[in-house]
Design a protein. Structure first.
Lengths: 314, 250
């Protein structure tokens, strides 16, 4: 078993989801190789050499790889893919963009959003927004998988010191030009790795009311999430969306405020340890998954709850 | 500029699905079927490009059993000009879909191939990426804003950290995300007119594609469902729960 993990990073730090993909890889083999493709990635490489279970860090450097676009990444991976039995990436927008392109070039099927590794060729994944689970056997010589980060705990750091092996970079071209990233800047914890998430929906009614969510989140050192309705209404940017087609989260505590709980939203948060729901509609489906629910007006409840938490801190 | 849009017929998003008793799959007989919502967004974008005078002909292609033609007619009623139905009985794997779409693309020679970013039944999110690989075309996935000028296409992609912008020379593949647009409803006169629009029927084998399975579905099961908890009467009851989770913060 030779397992390759494709690291997601920004040339400075590795994304936490990569560490979850490493954990998934370690279910398949006692150690894994990690590919770090980018431009001036030394800090990323140094960090990854210390991750438990990593035996080698394959370093590929080129200005064409700076933004890890799917086309040059595929050109890099295609010639080396057959050295591995499994190629994994996190099921983030990065992994989902890249791995199907690579799989098609290798003439193999890609298996998306793996939540459980049953054996070397058999995997479990959610379908229909998580309303069914599919057990799928791959018949291909190379298994190309994206793995759902919430299903695998991030690999830990240890005294490990993996070798960094520079690998040859073929001549690359980027038919798509990177123009820039309009990054969402937030001082709050990152949504997919936060212990606590405060999430708001259509019930907030307008963008002017969104600070109610922010103040409560800040009392709890929480990340902020949103339903599709809240994003479509322009309360928050797209990358706050939790759900089937947004981010999948599994924090210790998820507080759903003014979110009715469409199946598409539940698909993204129902693996949270504790769910608290606040909604004025007693029949809202969110109450079917919530551990604790309260039927009431969020505009009365949230300010009081926030105040009580603030008072408690003093 | 010709635009090819690939669409899929899926179980309607509002249907609460049922897993078959023999665990072979999900029940799709006697269930309301609709166009995959993301594919409808892709069609809407093609129609808007046509209304702006950027796109010329819009061809819509779908792969599936005979009933798939209803979904193609829906796309024609929305404003596509012509339909292609590739008949196949068993649900094809994404890689097979990509191979069929490559064959259709080579036949039709569009400048832009548009698809929804994922189908809401298998949630695979693969076909756009795969077909662009097979065609060796650039790809912009999860697109929420698209402009086309002078044979180039600028696309804003919804990525985990925000919005990423790419510029690609055409021909290219674009997969639509939710916020690209809000699809229109077909009007009654357009539904009537759609019945007269050309709809060609092909088979995968006539395109030289023979589906070789790369995966085997061993079983489909229902997930363990969460039990609903308790309704509390006052928000004050939340405080001890929050305190417990946040114990390090207090």
């Amino acid at each position: 078993m030779r397992v390759l993990i494709i690291a997601e990073h920004d040339n400075k730090t590795v994304k936490l989801a990569t560490l979850s993909a490493i954990t998934a890889g370690l279910v398949l083999a006692p150690s894994v190789s990690v590919l770090i493709a980018g431009d001036k990635t030394d800090p990323v490489c140094t960090f990854v050499t210390k991750v438990t279970g990593v035996s080698s860090v394959l370093k590929a450097e080129s200005p064409h790889l700076a933004h890890q676009l799917a086309e040059p990444m595929t050109q890099l991976l295609e010639p080396i893919a057959s050295q591995f039995t499994h190629i994994l990436a996190p099921a983030t927008t990065f992994g989902k963009n890249l791995l199907p392109r690579l799989a098609a070039k290798l003439d193999v099927m890609q298996i998306s959003d793996v939540t459980k590794i049953i054996s070397a060729d058999t995997f479990e994944r959610p379908i229909y927004a998580g309303n069914a689970l599919e057990t799928l056997q791959s018949l291909d010589p190379v298994k190309v998988l994206t793995v759902r980060p919430t299903a695998f705990a991030p690999a830990s750091l240890s005294q490990n010191s993996a070798l960094v092996e520079p690998i040859p970079v073929p001549s690359l071209s980027s038919p798509a030009q990177y123009q820039g990233l309009e990054a969402t800047i937030s001082a709050r914890p990152e949504l997919t790795s936060a212990r606590v998430i405060v999430s708001g929906g259509r019930g907030l009614q307008s963008k002017e009311n969104w600070p109610l969510i922010e103040e409560l989140a800040d009392c709890l050192n929480a990340a902020i999430g949103a339903s599709r309705a809240a994003v479509d209404a322009g309360f928050v940017p797209n990358d706050y969306q939790v759900g089937q087609t947004g981010k999948v989260v599994a924090p210790e505590l998820y507080i759903a405020i003014g979110i009715s709980g469409a199946i598409q939203h539940l698909a993204g948060m129902k693996d949270s340890t504790i769910i608290i729901a606040i909604n004025k509609d007693p029949d809202a489906p969110i109450f079917q998954v919530a551990n604790y629910g309260i039927v009431g007006d969020l505009f009365e409840i949230i300010p009081q709850l926030t105040k009580a938490l603030k008072d408690n801190r003093r | 500029m010709k635009v090819l849009v690939a669409i899929k017929r899926v179980v309607d998003f509002a249907v609460k699905i049922r897993v078959k008793a023999d665990h072979s799959g999900v029940e799709t007989d006697h269930v309301k079927m609709s166009i995959n919502p993301f594919d409808e967004i892709a069609i809407e974008e093609a129609i808007r490009l046509k209304e702006k005078g950027i796109a010329g002909e819009i061809v819509v292609v779908s792969i599936g059993p005979q009933a798939t033609q209803e979904t193609i007619r829906h796309a024609l009623a929305l404003g596509a000009d012509r339909g292609i139905h590739v008949e196949i009985e068993e649900p094809p794997e994404p890689l097979t879909v990509a191979k069929i779409l490559k064959a259709i693309t080579n036949r039709e020679q569009p400048q832009l191939l548009m698809l929804g970013k994922q189908a809401i039944d298998d949630d695979c999110n693969q076909v756009a990426q795969m077909v662009s690989a097979l065609l060796d075309w650039p790809q912009a996935t999860f697109v929420s804003c698209l402009t086309i000028e002078n044979g180039r296409c600028q696309a804003a992609r919804e990525v985990d950290g925000g919005l990423e912008t790419l510029i690609m020379a055409l021909p290219a593949v674009v997969s639509a995300d939710l916020r690209l647009n809000t699809p229109r409803y077909p009007t009654l006169p357009n539904i009537m007119k759609s019945k007269q629009k050309p709809l060609e029927q092909l088979s995968a084998s006539s395109l030289g594609i023979h589906a070789v399975p790369h995966t085997k579905i061993l079983q489909v099961t229902e997930p363990v469902s969460r039990r609903s908890g308790v309704k509390v009467s006052s928000w004050e009851e939340f405080i001890p729960i929050l305190k417990k989770v946040m114990s390090c913060a207090f």
